[in-house]
Design a protein around this ligand. Structure first.
Ligand code: NI
Length: 136
């Protein structure tokens, strides 16, 4: 029997979608307004879900306090009120699309979890646009 425990989190961040190796014209054609050289911001909403067996002693899949702390350290402290392109190392050479941000978040959280736990990350860039990554 496996149960999924989820926690929501939030961060504000700025980004610009572009590739250094493309011309301005191509960046504009592909990324449109998201290629604004002066950056733009989003209110990102994050759902982190951890799936596993319920521990017989504690009754927990994961102590939510532990999950909260991991999210704070790995995501909120690292991304909140940051310019992702300029200030976050992972995006120095990686376009900070919602897809890539979700993968980076997954890769930052996964090593902090016990290895028998499965992780899924859902990242909302807007209330209507979101992506999900579960390590596959
Ligand atoms: Ni954007």
């Amino acid at each position: 029997m496996k149960v999924t425990v989820s926690r929501k989190a939030h961060f504000n961040a700025a980004h610009r979608l572009y590739r250094k190796d493309w011309s301005d014209a191509k960046n504009n054609a592909v990324f449109g307004k998201c290629n604004n050289p002066n950056f733009h911001g989003h209110n990102y909403e994050l759902i982190v879900s951890v799936t596993g067996e319920i521990d017989k002693e504690t009754g927990y899949v994961i102590d939510i306090k532990t999950l909260k702390k991991i999210i704070k350290t790995e995501v909120e402290d690292a991304f909140d009120h940051k310019n992702l392109n300029v200030e976050v190392l992972e995006f120095a050479d990686l376009n900070p699309t919602t897809e890539n941000i979700a993968v980076v978040i997954y890769n930052k959280i996964k090593p902090s979890l016990a290895s028998h736990l499965d992780l899924e990350v859902t990242l909302f860039e807007t209330p209507r646009n979101f992506v999900t990554y579960s390590g596959k």
